[in-house]
Design a binder for this molecule. Structure first.
Ligand code: ADQ
Length: 746
């Protein structure tokens, strides 16, 4: 219908133009033919005059002669010659043939003959009037008036008009036909071209095989589009201040209040039965630390495993509870897992398989068929929950972490129009390391159900794309970080995660640094002039706790002056304690701690304090503010939030951060003392340098670190991802519109 309208829009002016052309051309044609014929008739008249002039001259000598009259009668039998008249030089009509108009005087005939268009209409029709002198031996004798028939000119003109109109009409029809065919063909090409572009196919594939003429244009457009997007992404640099309000306004404007669903294994709030009452706990998790403020800013629904022993007591009939408790800012939808499911999916496949697979910490991954089956089954259950919770066909789903590698494709199958953002919070290994996973292909295929796949660093993105390249038949466009698999595109990008930067109001509520120091030192029994280094982690072998202890031991060996003047506090939240690897690791840490303490302790001095328990955020903050040095020595870490929390806590701009080069955070936080945790000597030297660092240098480094973390905060992390999701959805909506139009257009 629309194509027809479009073509009519072109054809109607075309037809009008042709009619106007015909309207103008016919009179011009008439005038031209008349002029040609007039010239012919004049020549003919001269010829007739020449033929008759001798007879006329003779006849004029003899006024009684009747020969001329009969000559005239004979001549006018020629059908073209209507009448002849002979005028004296004085303008008197001397002789004339029958049919000569009685009212036409010699003078009138002479006047008409001198006109541009010497025509006269007489009884029998239009005639051409010509006067021709009869020349005798002594000069002009008389003038001959010839009236020649012009009706044949009119007849021919009508014929010409007819043929001209037929010619123009024929031309019109041919042009219209060509137009319709070309319009149809090129519209088909344009529509499929536009669709391919909007789908993003053109961004990856050799463009539009069906319309090769569009390929150069598409390539150019594709490059421009990507450049614009890249430019826009760069423009969201540190100069843009990201805060909850900005994130909310992004959702209002770019995502027009679309529904946001977060899926993670760990829930942000755990309800536990303690005696007769129910208490709410916050888990020790980098993921929860990062995603919780985003959810508070955006509302929406968070789907997670209900792991607390009182979780089921507080939910409604749909397993939902509003959180944070008392503030009710978003919905937490709990999903219940059986003990076998939790063992197989969480402890087994995710934490004994994928966790060591992705971290280079030299712990062998364990892959069991039964764990894999549970992993698939639980991913499917979460996919069902996403479908049940979505209020529209195209929610924005934020899939969190390595527990849900299969979930994106499962959601995509049920909600093809959903925008799925998957964030992989841990590193991605190189293709060789990943290749040892027996279900590597299924995992990659599951992840490629994602619309936007995020890692902390470019390096992890690169590893992922190389892994896909190695094990799947997918098309990869490195320039634009896009993978095309089964006609679906996944954009792979780095989004460095961070923390919520404390507001002025929050900071105002904190106890002063001196106060924190006093409280912590009193609790640990440390003298006021003691130096304190801290480590805060989940009890995990990837965090480099052992290497850190070795460095503390080496420091005390190399610099015995620190004995009784320096202590190290390791806070370690119990984690995955049901796994043997973790239990052995914890035992080892306890043993090494005991050994160091045995070696360097004095009656009033404990060099290493191991606080193997969960701490509330406030207690951690107090510790961060009390410490001289914070030590983060991960053997491999996606990002690491502890280092950022330490920096955020130090509004006094004091304290030194020692940071592993193998943590994603090292790429942003170059003002820290960067170490290789495997190099015990180097870390011990860094501890020495930190403990002796002049205040001015501490201030300089800390001020710079604080600026980085404040600007690259968690709202920026979420904001960049959601902005990219917004652009993606816009493209998809345009494509859907083109698709709706297409059947009418073609
Ligand atoms: P995690 O491995 O959990 O996160 P991390 O980033 O260090 O690592 O975050 C740990 C969080 O737990 C911090 O917020 C910290 O305050 C808290 N925490 C640590 N010890 C605690 C204790 N004893 N008591 C209470 N809380 C404690 C994963 C990846 C990281 C990535 C995050 C976010 O492994 O590399 O930075 O996700 O993406």
């Amino acid at each position: 219908m629309n194509t027809l309208r479009l073509q009519l829009r072109f054809l109607v002016p075309l037809i009008l133009t042709l009619v106007a052309a015909a309207y103008l051309a016919v009179p011009v044609m008439d005038r031209l033919t008349l002029r040609w014929f007039a010239r012919d008739l004049s020549l003919r008249g001269s010829l007739v005059t020449k033929t008759l002039s001798d007879s006329i001259a003779e006849d004029l000598q003899d006024s009684r002669s009747v020969r001329l009259q009969s000559l005239f009668n004979r001549v006018v039998q020629d059908e073209r010659l209507v009448a002849i008249g002979l005028c004296s030089l004085a303008g008197q009509l001397l002789r004339h043939s029958p049919g000569y108009p009685a009212t036409l005087t010699c003078q009138q005939a002479s006047d008409v003959a001198q006109q541009d268009n010497p025509q006269l209409r007489i009884e029998g029709g239009p005639v051409h009037v010509g006067t021709y002198p009869i020349i005798g031996d002594s000069g002009p004798l008389a003038n001959l008036v010839l009236l020649q028939d012009l009706s044949f000119v009119e007849r021919r003109s009508q014929d010409t008009q007819k043929y001209l109109i037929i010619l123009i009409a024929g031309l019109g029809v041919i042009i219209a036909l060509i137009t319709v065919i070309v319009a149809q063909l090129s519209w088909r090409g344009w529509v499929s071209g536009a669709r391919a572009l909007l789908r993003g196919e053109g961004l990856i594939s050799p463009m539009m095989s069906s319309s090769p003429e569009l390929a150069p244009f598409a390539a150019e457009l594709r490059v421009r589009l990507r450049d614009l997007e890249d430019e826009y992404r760069r423009s969201l640099g540190p100069e843009v201040n990201w805060d909850p309000e900005r994130l909310r306004s992004l959702l209002r404007t770019q995502l027009r209040g679309d529904q946001l669903i977060v899926v993670s294994n760990r829930e942000p709030y755990i309800h536990e039965q303690v005696g007769d009452s129910i208490v709410v706990k916050r888990p020790a998790s980098g993921l929860v630390t990062a995603v919780e403020p985003v959810m508070r800013a955006c509302s929406g629904t968070w789907i997670a495993h209900g792991s607390g022993n009182a979780d089921a007591l507080v939910v409604d009939a749909h397993d939902r509870v509003m959180v944070p408790p008392g503030r009710d800012e978003y919905t937490l939808r709990r999903l219940w897992l059986s003990a076998e499911e939790e063992q197989g999916y969480y402890y087994g496949f995710a934490n004994e398989g994928l966790w060591p697979l992705c971290h280079v910490a030299h712990v062998r991954p364990v892959f069991r068929e039964s764990d894999w089956q549970h992993y698939r089954q639980v991913n499917q259950r979460f996919a069902d929950a996403v479908v049940a919770e979505s209020r529209s066909e195209d929610p924005i789903v934020l899939v969190q972490d390595y527990h849900f590698a299969l979930l994106p494709a499962m959601i995509r199958k049920r909600l093809p129009r959903a925008t799925i953002l998957t964030f992989w919070h841990i590193p991605w290994p190189n293709p060789e390391s990943f290749g040892i996973c027996p279900w590597r292909q299924e995992i990659l295929e599951g992840m490629l159900g994602t619309t936007i796949l995020g890692f902390h660093t470019r390096f992890h993105c690169k590893n992922f794309m190389e892994t896909v390249d190695r094990y799947l038949e997918a098309r990869i466009e490195h320039e634009h970080s896009t993978i095309s698999f089964h006609d679906k595109n996944t954009f792979v990008e780095s989004y460095p995660i961070s923390i919520e930067w404390p507001t002025a109001q929050t900071v105002a509520g904190w106890p002063a640094v001196e106060q924190c120091r006093r409280t912590v030192f009193e609790r640990l029994g440390l003298p006021a002039d003691h130096r304190l280094a801290i480590g805060v982690d989940r009890f995990d072998y990837t965090k480099g706790i052992l290497e850190r202890l070795h460095a503390v031991e080496r420091l005390l060996e190399k610099h015995p002056e620190w004995i009784e003047h320096f202590s190290f506090v390791q806070v370690a939240a119990p984690s995955r304690g049901s796994l043997e690897e973790y239990r052995l690791f914890q035992d080892r840490i306890h043993a090494v701690t005991a050994r160091i303490n045995q070696r360097f302790a004095t009656p009033n001095y404990t060099p290493v304090h191991l606080l193997a328990e969960h701490h509330e955020h406030q207690a951690l903050n107090e510790l961060y503010r009390a410490a001289d040095v914070c030590v983060v020595t991960s053997l491999h870490d996606g990002m690491n939030l502890v280092c950022k929390e330490f920096v955020a806590a130090r509004d006094d701009e004091r304290g030194v951060l020692i940071l592993s080069r193998f943590a994603g955070a090292a790429r942003e936080m170059s003002q820290a003392l960067i170490v290789n945790p495997y190099h015990v000597e180097e870390t011990a030297d860094a501890l020495q340098r930190a403990l002796t660092m002049p205040e001015a240098e501490q201030r300089e480094r800390m001020a710079s670190l604080r600026m980085t973390v404040r600007e690259f905060n968690v709202y920026r992390w979420a904001g960049r991802m959601l902005t990219d999701a917004g652009h993606w959805r816009l493209r998809e909506r345009i494509e859907a519109r083109v698709q709706r139009l297409q059947p009418e257009l073609l």
